[in-house]
Each structure stands twice: as structure tokens, then as C-alpha cells.
Design a protein around this ligand. Structure first.
Ligand code: DMJ
Length: 597
């Protein structure tokens, strides 16, 4: 029993005193009819209060009756340093129901398969060698966070009895790390250290480790898990994307912390040293790296596909494994330098404004040969939905690297942020606004890629030209198939930013945005027999669907939506860092120190 519980009990004993037989009887000062007339208005006032403010009552009632689908006290420590934000239990429950609609269909049709096709009701694996738990492991911590105990129990059983990484085929180093290794580590923590997860994580990581055996230390993008050997990519031999190389630190560092075995930490850290040394003059990362040389390969500069999570992880590792005193932690200084450098360059080279409504967006740079044969960079107003992670990430970064005090208020007061922190915060807020604007489609869902209008696009002459952005190639002739750009593949990036922004501001506008997206997903992507599927064209209403439900829909999109509507006690941001696949890993005090600065 807790100390406060014991005290309460003692206290209640004290008031239970027998009235002495001979004590004089006090006259009744208020008659029972007066009591009745006084208590009726009080009762009405209480009922009115809870009618207009139902959340605390619902939460209390849920807890009292032991609502079986959710335990608010998922194994997550309580936080005091952040302002408490209470749950919107109605919306949280709606998200939970959708999650069950998706997960139970997968369990029914494809349990254990890496991928799920809800329309044909089948699973498939990434390779012919058999599944590696891509879906099950990616979803374990969502089941834990949402308190789905029975479903979690079955998933754990599958991991314990069926998960086997001895597969002689090529797997993506990056995807296997962020989804499977990250999923196992998060499940390990949230299960209060169920050894099965750590055992599997070590087995998997040891099979991946040989990817770092290259001349530069940059990892091979593919790995044969049975052979324990790294391989070049078939599509881009000799190259790795910067996201593939730069998105391994959170998982490998945490594994070193748990096992007290430095090898994982050192391998991941060395990649960052290579990337730091390879810095390009403008401070941005080209999407491809030459693996053996450890240098950037001349290629586009983007914050979206093939680069996104590299920027995300410049922020993450300083939180994970650098303690809460990270602002003064000099041993991790290089991450802060790399992050500051990248954010500065993004503002200097990529941040733009749309021509009509002045929306803030990020563009890409494409290398070309100039007229004199020299290298020039063409600014392309293309923004992937993937870039929408950046809004929340910038706001989070502002409260970490751009803060003059720790923790900052919710929302931060202007005097709590540095000049750069204020810049990043504002850019983050505006980018989220733009990402919401990208949902202004016939379905209310955002396309995979948009192009922002620029004076040279020649569209001004068009009748009904779009004001700020458009989907390239979407003006279809009859019978033509919609372009890849027009799809919504259940991606999480906008709701991820909404979740972070809500936690950092408490501003209900972010919940309202999230609810709109959730409703659009429900209306257009839901498969009535179970599961959700990719919307082929966000401007087709009713939408046509492609038979695929990505694992990140359950591990990220619905988890972020659930957390957006849950109380801030569930995965508090001062205690957790979420990896790029939304697997929460606890912030810890490292015993291992970085070896370069
Ligand atoms: C996820 O697998 C990860 O978030 C990754 O970093 C990028 N894209 C997908 C989701 O869109």
C-alpha cells in the first residue's frame, strides 16, 4: 500500500468515534425539507457541470467499472513536469474501435504475415524465405499502449513461439531496424522487461550488425539475416540513402544500454561521424551516399523520401541516451551541431512561401549541369506527405535545442526560446498548417506528393487554376490511371505532427484537425469486412482502394491518433522518444559516452 493510502486509512479511522451515551443531543438547525430544497439546485448545478464537461466523469466511470479495453495507466510513468492534458474519451474510443477493426481482420486472415491485403483478405511475406514479424512486431506496442490485453497476449504468444529471424533472404536494413528491432525494444520496455523481447532483439541485431562492415562504416542497405551478411541494394548498387544510413542510432544505442554491450552503439555512432565528415557546403544531405567512400553521391536534396528520418534522428538521439540534462551534455554536442546546422540550411535553402495564400512549404533541390557545364541546383516546389513529420519535429526541437529553460511551458513563452528556437517553432506551426491545407481534397485526405504553384509553372492561364498547390498529372484523360502522387497510403506524418503539437501546446485545434483526418480515413479507406486500404486518388469521391494496409497504419497512424486523444500521461514526451516508426523508447541516462565531438 502506498504511504498516502495508509495515511488516508488512518485518517478515516480517526473520525469514526463513538458518541458518548451521555453527550447532549444537539438541536437540529436545519429541517429536512430545507435540506431537500437546498440540495436540489446543488444537484442540478453538478449535473449541468458534468453535462458540459463530461471527460473527468467518463474517465472516473471507466476506471470505476474497470473498462476492459483501456487502462489509462498503461505501464508508463506519471509526469509532473508537463502540463496535464486530459483524454477525450469519446474520440479515443472511436480510434480504438478502428484499430480493432484493422487488427482483428489481420489476425483473422493473415496472423504472422509481414503484410496484409484487406480486400482479398490475405497476407504476404516480404521474401520467399518467410515472415519476420513485420506486422506483428510493429504493432505490439500499440496493443500495449491501447490496453488491448487479449490481443496483445496472442501477439506475444506468436512472437514467443513463431518469430524466427533465421531467414536466408535479403531484407532492408532500415525497415527491419525501425519496425522490427524498434518494435521489440519498445515492447520490452512497455512490458516491464519481458525477456522474450530482448532475446529476440539481440538475435536480430546480431544478424544485422555485419552491415556495418564496409570500408567507411556506412551500412549496407540490405542484409541476409541467415547469412549474417550485408548486401548492396539491387536497384542502386554501391549506394545507400541517407535515411537508410542515418536512422539506426536510437535502436542500436538503446540496445547497447540494455545489454551493456557497446558494439551496437559504436557502429551506429560511427555512421554519424562519417555523415558529419561528409558534410556538403550547403549543410544539407543529398539523398544518396556512396557507401564504400563514405561520401555523398551527387543526387537530389529532399526532406521527403529517402532523407526524412535522417533529419528526424538528428534530434532523437540527443534525447535518448543523453539524459534530461541534454542541453548541457557536451559529450553529445555533435548531434546538436548537426541538428542546428541542418535546420539553418533548411531555412536558408528549402523553406518557401506559396504564391496565393503565403503557405510555408519546403522544396527540393535537383542537381543539373548549368549552361557553362558547372553544377547548378534547381529549386523544385515539390513536397511529399512524408515531409509533414517536420512540423512537429521542429516544434519539439525548439523546446529542446532552442530552449533557454528546461522544461519549457506549454505552450512555450516567447522568453523561454532562443532566436533559433522561436524560428523553428514558428516554421513548425506553419508547416502543420500547410500539411492540413494539403488535406483540402475531395476525400479530405492528403496526397502522397504535391507541387506548389510557382510563377513559371504556366498555370496562370488555365481556367480554375489551383491557388497554392496541385497534384501533378492528376488531370486525367478518360480511362487514364491516376498518378502515384495522388494516393493516400494511410501514412502517419501529419497526425504525428498533430500529436506532438497538441502535447506541446494543449491547443485543441490540433485535436480538431486530427479528428477530421480520422473521419476521412473512416469514410474512405475503411474496408467493411475488416481493415483499411490505400486510397488510390484522394480526389475521387467515393474513393477506389488498393488492396494494401501498411504496417505503419497500425504502428503509427492509429497510435498517434489514439495518443492525440488520450491524456498526456500515456507516453509523456519528457520521458519518451518515439522512433521513426512511432515506437516509444524511454529516455535514459547512458553509461556509454560518445567518442567524438
Ligand atoms: C514509416 O515507415 C516511417 O515513418 C519512415 O521513417 C518513413 N515512412 C513510413 C511512414 O510513412
Amino acid at each position: 500500500m502506498s504511504e498516502s493510502g495508509a495515511q488516508k486509512k488512518k485518517g478515516s479511522k480517526k473520525v469514526k468515534v463513538q458518541r458518548a451515551q451521555d453527550a447532549p443531543i444537539q438541536p437540529k438547525l436545519i429541517s429536512s425539507s430545507t435540506t431537500f430544497f437546498l440540495s436540489v439546485p446543488a444537484l442540478i448545478a453538478i449535473l449541468l457541470y458534468f453535462y458540459f464537461n463530461p471527460t473527468p466523469a467518463i474517465e472516473f466511470f471507466d476506471a470505476w467499472i474497470g473498462f476492459s479495453d483501456h487502462y489509462d495507466s498503461a505501464p508508463v510513468p506519471h509526469t509532473h513536469s508537463f502540463t496535464y492534458l486530459s483524454a477525450d474519451t469519446t474520440k479515443r474510443r472511436a480510434v480504438l474501435e478502428s484499430f480493432k477493426h484493422a487488427w482483428l481482420a489481420y489476425e483473422r486472415d493473415a496472423m504472422g504475415a509481414d503484410e496484409y491485403h484487406p480486400i482479398s483478405k490475405q497476407g504476404s511475406n516480404l521474401t520467399d524465405a518467410g515472415g519476420i514479424g513485420f506486422m506483428v512486431v510493429d504493432v505490439l506496442d500499440s496493443l500495449q499502449i491501447m490496453g488491448l490485453r487479449a490481443e496483445y497476449g496472442r501477439a506475444r504468444k506468436w512472437v514467443a513461439e513463431r518469430l524466427d529471424f533465421d531467414k536466408g533472404a535479403l531484407f532492408s536494413t532500415f525497415e527491419t531496424t525501425i519496425r522490427v528491432l524498434g518494435g521489440l525494444l519498445s515492447a520490452y520496455h512497455l512490458s516491464e522487461e519481458d525477456p522474450i523481447y530482448l532475446e529476440k532483439a539481440i538475435d536480430l541485431a546480431d544478424r544485422i550488425m555485419p552491415v556495418f562492415e564496409t570500408a567507411s562504416g556506412l551500412p549496407f542497405p540490405a542484409v541476409n539475416l541467415a547469412e549474417r551478411r550485408g548486401y548492396h541494394s539491387i536497384d542502386f548498387p554501391g549506394l545507400s540513402s541517407v535515411a537508410e544510413a542515418g536512422t539506426l542510432q536510437l535502436e542500436f544505442r538503446y540496445l547497447s544500454y540494455l545489454t551493456e554491450n557497446e558494439v551496437y552503439w559504436r557502429a551506429a555512432e560511427n555512421v554519424m561521424k562519417v555523415l558529419k565528415d561528409a558534410r556538403l557546403p550547403h549543410g544539407l544531405a543529398s539523398v544518396f551516399l556512396a557507401i564504400e567512400q563514405g561520401q555523398y553521391h551527387l543526387s537530389a536534396i529532399s526532406l521527403g523520401s529517402r532523407a526524412d528520418s535522417f533529419y528526424e534522428y538528428l534530434l532523437g538521439p540527443r534525447s535518448i541516451g543523453s539524459s534530461t540534462s541534454k542541453l548541457s551534455n557536451q559529450t553529445e554536442r555533435f548531434y546538436q551541431d548537426m541538428y542546428d546546422d541542418a535546420m539553418e540550411s533548411i531555412h536558408n535553402h528549402l523553406v518557401q512561401r506559396s504564391t496565393t495564400n503565403n503557405l510555408l512549404y519546403t522544396s527540393e533541390l535537383i542537381p543539373e549541369n548549368g549552361p557553362d557545364g558547372g553544377l547548378t541546383w534547381r529549386l523544385t516546389p515539390k513536397q511529399d506527405h512524408l515531409v509533414c513529420f517536420l512540423g512537429g519535429s521542429l516544434m519539439l526541437g525548439a523546446t529542446r535545442t532552442g530552449a533557454l529553460t528546461s522544461p519549457v511551458s506549454i505552450p512555450p513563452h516567447p522568453e523561454e526560446l532562443t532566436e533559433k528556437g522561436t524560428r523553428d517553432w514558428k516554421t513548425g506551426v506553419e508547416l502543420i498548417k500547410t500539411c492540413m491545407n494539403m488535406h483540402d481534397t475531395q476525400t479530405g485526405l492528403s496526397p502522397e506528393i504535391v507541387y506548389f504553384r510557382v510563377p513559371s509553372d504556366g498555370m496562370n492561364a488555365m481556367p480554375n487554376a489551383p491557388p497554392d498547390w496541385y497534384i501533378r498529372g492528376a488531370q486525367l484523360a478518360p480511362g487514364e490511371l491516376p498518378p502515384y502522387d495522388s494516393r493516400y497510403m494511410l501514412r502517419p506524418e501529419t497526425v504525428e505532427s498533430l500529436f506532438i503539437a497538441y502535447r506541446l501546446t494543449g491547443d485543441n485545434i490540433y485535436r480538431e484537425h486530427g479528428w477530421k483526418i480520422f473521419q476521412a480515413i473512416e469514410k474512405h479507406a475503411r474496408v467493411s469486412t475488416g481493415g483499411y486500404a490505400t486510397v488510390i486518388n484522394v480526389d475521387d469521391n467515393p474513393a477506389s482502394l488498393e488492396d494494401k494496409m501498411e504496417t505503419f497504419f497500425l504502428s503509427e497512424t492509429l497510435k498517434y491518433l489514439y495518443l492525440l486523444f488520450d491524456s498526456s500521461n500515456n507516453i509523456p514526451l519528457d520521458k519518451y522518444v518515439l522512433n521513426t516508426e512511432a515506437h516509444p523508447l524511454p529516455i535514459f541516462e547512458p553509461s556509454i559516452r560518445s567518442r567524438f565531438s
